[in-house]
Design a protein around this ligand. Structure first.
Ligand code: AHR
Length: 632
């Protein structure tokens, strides 16, 4: 193998490897959004979903859902608890999202909005119960007002439990009305109150992602237009963010439950801030006037598209505008005076057809007229090589579109066979965003798909092709990102979690290794004068990092035989050096990570003494290796 480290072939965009986030598989509510109470504001269609009336020791009372639609249409329901006698305990419990994850010694923050219909002396006894019914945390709140008021109390949990539940008892005789019954761990990502699960965001930060795509996915579109994602409803006061049934609600493959809603506690402000926290370029995707084409496919008539287009323009102003603009001022008022530096925006998720083209034209004109610097991500449909893909691809190329969003959920073999996919793409055409991809071990979104090493290795092989073509491919992200082990719709997924823990799949480590070792520029790596695209089952790419002055070689051996490899390198200084080698491998292609063995397939670091311009290494069967070597 030869490497010409002085011959730059292509610049690698800092955005190259990023993250696709969608609230599927309980990724947001029940996942990264650390709220532990399900249906905290009683806005699910079944207003008591997640709640149960409780009584013990002779406690007596009643529970009533109160409708205040006229007063608060966006948060129209509250609950009234009325206790008729001082004896015993009466109240309700909340089951959380497949239980609540509670940690011993952790401080929890309970809050509630309450009002007493008439002055009385009732108080709320708050308890955390283990699955066995033991009390593992307790606090008391005494509502003082007949007007709505927020109350907050902190307490420390005395045990660790992954299936805890929350009890709220009304003590004393009388009634109280409650809303926004909420429980958060105090320790969240950056310790923001009512924030995000720190362990899950940390996994994202550890990838050093180039971009964060949000909020999806099909969720952007909604099954119908009424249920589309509307960013303006996802910001501001938490109790004013109108809840919406999740587009993925009916599709749980594991422990089905019709209880998947979006509370938007993780809304656009939080997405932008998280992107900023983890050093990722924000990449919002907006509804383009089309509901999900796999479902109703509802369309907004072209002459009624204005509010949708305005949402896009306002979003750019919200992200980038100064304090003198309406939406820029709102961002500052919400605590972020500094602009978010939005440079790229998706128009539609996974759309196709003439209907998409017509809407895309209107959006694109309006956005480019006002914000010519914003790059637009355009969809080329769901399938990488179908007729519709070809038609859309041709259309967008003729239109000089900025960035095309290609999605591929395919068999591992497809990924191996398509490592050359971009080798012959037009270098002067639109950039490519490989916006959603993952090797499927059984079939697309089959519940039996596994995040196994076979799939991850095929993705690594394919990604050498993405990187080799970094002059065409400017962004790439695996999808979906998160899945709760007790409530998911789609496999495979990059990161699995339960109420307390999380682990990265082999696919996660592939993504991470590419991202941490992308370098700044691609240099030629050839075997017998040819690019390495599957000869003897091997795939490879090389880059240099101009800031650290290193050469980075990525090599995938997808075969069952070890490969003795010799790299002859031009453009590095001679003499003895130590290369840093990271190896990701398993002899078993079926290997998966799990809570029992979270790092079964994970990177192992080593060093290699190399002699000047020659690097000799044996690449084991079924192995992905990254080799870093100082140029001087
Ligand atoms: O990643 C899961 C889904 O796959 C996304 O929501 C959609 O864009 C694609 O079809």
């Amino acid at each position: 193998y030869t490497i010409a480290s002085g011959q730059v072939k292509a610049h690698i965009e800092p955005t190259m490897y990023g993250i696709f986030f969608e609230d599927i598989n309980l990724a947001a509510d029940g996942g990264v959004y650390a709220e532990l109470v399900k249906n905290r504001s009683f806005e699910f269609d079944s207003h008591l979903a997640g709640w149960q009336q409780q009584q013990k020791a002779g406690g007596k009372g009643g529970i009533e859902v109160v409708d205040r639609t006229n007063e608060r249409p966006e948060n129209a329901h509250t609950i009234k608890i009325d206790v008729s006698d001082n004896a015993g305990y009466f109240g309700l419990s909340n089951e959380g999202f497949r239980g609540m994850g509670i940690k011993k010694g952790e401080t929890y923050s309970f809050s509630v909005t309450a009002r007493k219909p008439v002055a009385n002396a009732v108080s709320l006894l708050v308890e955390l119960h283990s699955a066995k019914g033991l009390v593992i945390g307790t606090a008391i709140i005494t509502p003082t007002s007949t007007d709505w008021k927020k109350y907050n109390v902190k307490f420390v949990a005395t045990a660790t439990e992954d299936k805890a539940s929350l009890y709220v008892w009304l003590k004393g005789k009388g009634a109280v009305e409650l809303d926004m019954i909420s429980l958060f761990p105090q320790h969240t990502w950056k310790n923001r109150p009512a924030g995000l699960r720190a362990d899950l965001v940390q996994k994202l930060a550890d990838m050093k992602p180039g971009f964060l795509r949000f909020p999806g996915g099909c969720i952007v579109e909604g099954r119908d237009l009424a249920n589309r994602y509307q960013w303006k409803k996802s910001i501001g006061d938490i109790d004013k963010r109108e809840n919406l049934i999740n587009r993925w609600n009916m599709e749980f493959k594991h422990r089905p439950a019709p209880d998947y809603y979006q509370t938007f506690g993780l809304g656009f402000m939080e997405y932008f801030m998280t992107a900023e926290d983890i050093g990722a370029t924000p990449l919002p995707i907006l509804n383009c006037g089309m509901a999900c084409q796999y479902n109703t496919g509802q369309l907004v008539p072209l002459d009624q598209l204005d509010p949708y287009v305005q949402d896009a323009l306002d979003l750019i102003e919200f992200a980038n505008g100064g304090p003198d603009t309406k939406w820029g001022k709102l961002r500052a008022d919400l605590g972020h005076p500094k602009p978010f530096n939005l440079k790229v925006l998706g128009v539609g998720n996974e759309q196709w057809g003439e209907q998409y083209i017509a809407r895309w034209k209107i959006f694109t004109k309006a956005i480019k007229d006002k914000y010519p610097y914003v790059k637009i991500v355009s969809s080329v449909g769901p399938s990488p090589n179908g007729e519709e893909f070809t038609r859309l691809d041709k259309f967008f190329r003729a239109e000089h579109a900025d960035i095309l969003d290609e999605h591929y959920y395919q068999a591992p073999k497809w990924f191996l066979d398509n490592a050359t996919r971009y080798d012959n793409y037009d270098r002067k055409g639109p950039k490519i965003f490989a916006g959603e991809y993952a090797a499927q071990s059984v079939a697309i979104a089959s519940p039996d798909n596994k995040n196994n090493w076979d799939c991850a290795l095929a993705e690594a092989a394919f990604m050498t092709g993405l990187e080799r073509n970094a002059d065409v491919v400017s962004m790439a992200s695996y999808a979906p990102l998160f899945a709760h082990v007790d409530g998911w719709q789609w496999t495979p997924d990059l990161i699995w979690f339960d109420n307390l823990r999380s682990y990265g799949t082999p696919n996660y480590y592939v993504q991470q290794l590419f991202s941490l070792n992308k370098g700044t520029d691609v240099v030629p790596l050839l075997k017998d004068g040819e690019m390495v695209t599957g000869q003897d089952g091997c795939y490879a790419t090389a880059s240099i990092d101009k800031s650290t002055k290193e050469l980075i070689i990525k090599f995938v051996n997808s075969g069952a035989t070890a490969q003795p490899v010799v790299f002859k390198i031009d453009g590095v200084s001679a003499g003895k050096k130590t290369a840093v080698v990271t190896t990701l491998r398993s002899a078993d292609k079926a290997a998966v990570n799990s809570f029992k063995a979270p790092k079964l397939v994970s990177p192992v670091a080593s060093t290699l003494l190399v002699n000047g311009k020659t690097v000799k290494v044996t690449v084991e069967p079924y192995t992905f290796k990254v080799i870093r070597l100082k140029l001087n």
